[in-house]
Design a protein around this ligand. Sequence first.
Ligand SMILES: *Cc1c(COP(=O)(O)O)cnc(C)c1O
Ligand code: SF4
Length: 439
Amino acid sequence: MKYKAYSLHNYLTIPQIDKLDKQFIQDINVVGSVLPFKVNNYVIDELIDWDNFEDDPIFKLTFPQRGMLDEAHYKEMEASLSENTDKIYQKKVSNGIRLQLNPHPAGQQDYNVPEIDGVKLSGVQHKYRETLLFFPSAGQTCHSYCTFCFRWPQFVGMNELKFATKETELLVKYLENHHEVTDLLFTGGDPMIMSFKVFEKFIEPFLSDDNKTNIQTIRIGTKALGFWPYKFVTDKDADDFLRLFERLQERGINLAIMAHFSHPRELQTEVVKTAIKRIRKTGAQIRTQSPVLNHINNKADIWAEMLRTQVNHNLIPYYMFIPRDTGAQDYFSVPLIEALHIFRTAYKQVSGICRTVRGPSMSCFPGKVQVVGVSEINFQKVFVLRFLQGRDPNWVGRPFYAKYDPNAVWLDDLEPAFGDSFFFEEESVNGKKFSYQVS
Ligand SMILES: *Cc1c(COP(=O)(O)O)cnc(C)c1O
Ligand code: SF4
């Protein structure tokens, strides 16, 4: 299949669009001016059920919906579009709204960017000791956008190949000096949007005899299996990618494809099954993750089916996330107690083989916090929480307690059950005292 993408300026040419009434079209225009909108022909033709699109999870996952903006923001954006104002003014309005939607959650901009020789490595985050997160600039877009993700197109209009080489040089230099880093995690956007020629530049140094880094696992965070499995099957450089995956294994580097699947439907097409088989043949692992999302997958049965199908297809369930405090969080958010219920109800109806999934987990400023359960201590109902990952490695695994709150959707909503603060708020990071409630 040949890739074809639709965005705000051409979506009216989608063949199935006549199913949408005027109001839907208007909502796409208004909400899509603030939140990301791009959808491709595979998602439209193979994943969305157009006979029932109003309730379709993949439709809601990719097409902007009115409820994703609050009423005031909707009206403001709608007015600016209808008043025949110029594009610059409209951009100002949409950027203004975006800024109010916490576009850089979890202190990403200020706290996690490492330096080398006094130069900030933009595009790199080193938050957890063993794992470096890398955002190649050529991977800052995706095959389709998920409406829950706060990401507006940020493609850089420069010579990608040249830029990739420069980025790689700095990255490798940093890794040579930081042998505590064993895992390199490529993320984006979607790194699997890159052509082979560009992507190869990032991997070559780890295949070379001069490799002086301590990278033992390379992970690629990608939604390509969900939104464009042809990447590994019929795209013109599909075989080159698979060969590169093989070479990593031959070099003794473990390759883990961190695949995002939000709904079992994404695992049902023939082409995704073929793509999975082809990747697994190279020796690479495929691990899976998704947030639990209102309107999309907030049912235990959906998760149980998803976990079972994944394991049947030889995938390893990894994380269930709680949606980040950004973008259309109000539309997608699920109270912590509900996320916990979904997790446990799904977890207990699948076999131990599927229970490699961990969660529900919040990626917040201090670390990845798992909601373990609800308990009662000294006649007080509490949430039991623990760090799956921490800014300070000593925090990992340490349980802590918050007052039970049935409405809480994020760590910021919680209060310590005992004392005035959580244990990690007392401690400092890199010599700086911090509160996790940074905006
Ligand atoms: C989740 C995450 C990682 C990877 O953590 P693992 O627990 O090793 O999967 C690395 N860096 C950041 C910033 C993360 O959010
Ligand atoms: S594929 Fe990933 S990065 Fe891209 S829009 Fe979806 S969640 Fe965001």
